[in-house]
Ligand binder design. Structure first.
Ligand code: PLP
Length: 393
């Protein structure tokens, strides 16, 4: 049934193959064993602060495992709400200085569910940045026929203003949704300007901080935590899967919005809750990163080193303002080839291709963590430069 479509993907070099990585005592993070038993160092992890390896989180998870078992045993509504989940929600509300928070089984769901609820149930007119994550797009597309959505040019405040002016109506709620830090480019949004123009038109503002929570802001509260407009954000969306090193997602905001999403969000109600041991590990990491900034400082230092070496080897990156370094390659086949050659050289970097990025815009999305040694970074940059010169130049 699907063979033709898959063959087409293969012909276009956009067919996805997963690369199994094995954690092993001989290869501590960021190293793994590949399935052929050779060591590979990852340079594309979203475990930005290496918090998946936090001894305190592992010990909290172990303790909860013993006490509560490996599963929640039900949805949040049917026996699956443990005290630790509510403690985590209180911690997240406090982190973002909001009334309430609600956790989901993934960051994907923390976008998808609110988008579906506000557009379907509350008939909101939604204004969404052109480069918003797939989970936002999917949440708005679920009920395509009924959804009134307007896509503004990426980070373009004038385009947003134009659309707000044209489409806002006094009898319907309006919501603007965008991200603080974009994952495939590594660029920031003009946060204050977008909030200001949204509020001029009476729109609510939802900010996706998935790539910034844990990683930015004094206590890991993301880009908005240091911003004067934090109080104007109606909903902050985060994940545990990146800076916090576990799995799951969340929203934090005004209690009425959070409660509405809780009550009308089918992607929350009709699914088994996160296992308590994972929630306990997450809570430990969230609390730790509120108190400790040395992981954030180390990430900046390591990223700066990689940026410096990439610049010396004249490997372009799209933006150099964050820990996400996207090296544009263009042709999908070349992107695949570089990734394969890196793997042979002992480095793992996923080849980013359509539909994650536009067609013909293949790229390597490079990240380091505090666990990378300077030597690993130096050697990786050198290996990449050699391969890049052979494949691209
Ligand atoms: N939102 C954004 C902006 C993302 O980039 C991602 C994943 O990369 C997600 C949400 C999904 O988060 P999770 O991996 O926790 O499902």
């Amino acid at each position: 049934m699907c063979v033709g479509a898959l063959d087409q993907q293969k012909a276009e070099s956009i067919y996805r193959e997963f690369t199994p990585l094995i954690g092993d005592e001989s290869t501590p993070f960021p190293s793994f064993l590949g399935s052929d038993g050779r060591k590979v160092v990852t340079f594309c992890s979203n475990d930005y602060l290496a918090m998946s390896r936090s001894p305190r989180a592992i010990s909290a998870a172990r303790k909860a495992l013993e006490l509560e078992g490996v599963g929640a045993g039900g949805s949040r509504n049917i026996g699956g709400t443990r005290k630790v989940a509510e403690e985590l929600e209180a911690e997240l509300a406090s982190l973002h200085v909001k009334d309430a928070a609600l956790i989901f089984n993934s960051g994907y769901l923390a976008n998808f569910v609110p988008m579906k609820v506000i557009s379907k149930r509350f008939n909101a007119i939604v204004f969404s940045d052109q480069q918003n994550h797939r989970s936002i797009i999917d949440g708005l597309d679920t009920y395509k026929a009924g959804v009134d959505k307007h896509i503004f040019q990426h980070n373009d405040v004038d385009d947003l203003r134009r659309l707000l002016k044209q489409h806002c109506r006094p009898d319907r709620p309006a919501v603007v949704i965008f991200e603080s830090l974009y994952s495939m480019e590594g660029d920031f949004s003009p946060l204050a300007e977008i909030v200001t123009v949204s509020k001029e038109y009476g729109a609510s503002v939802f900010l996706n901080e998935v790539h910034a929570v844990g990683v930015m802001g004094d206590e890991g509260g993301g880009v908005s935590s240091a911003s004067e407009v934090l109080k104007d954000l109606d909903l902050v969306i985060g994940t545990f899967g990146k800076g916090y090193g576990t799995v799951g997602g969340y929203i934090a905001g005004q209690s009425d919005i959070v409660d509405a999403i809780r009550c009308f969000g089918s992607g929350l109600i009709f699914t088994t809750a996160l296992p308590p041991f994972l929630v306990a590990a997450t809570l430990t990491n969230v609390r730790h990163l509120r108190e400790s900034s040395h992981e954030r400082t180390a990430l900046i230092e390591k990223s700066d080193l990689l940026k410096k070496r990439l610049a010396e080897f004249e490997i372009p990156i799209l933006f150099d303002c964050s820990h996400i370094l996207a090296a544009p390659i263009g042709d999908e086949r070349a992107t695949l080839e570089i990734s394969a050659q890196l793997f042979d050289a002992g480095y793992y970097v996923t080849p980013m291709r359509y539909p994650t990025v536009p067609r013909g815009d293949g790229r390597l999305r490079l990240t380091v963590t505090p666990a990378h040694t300077d030597t690993q970074i130096e050697q990786f940059a050198k290996a990449l430069a050699g391969i890049y010169a052979r494949v691209v130049l």
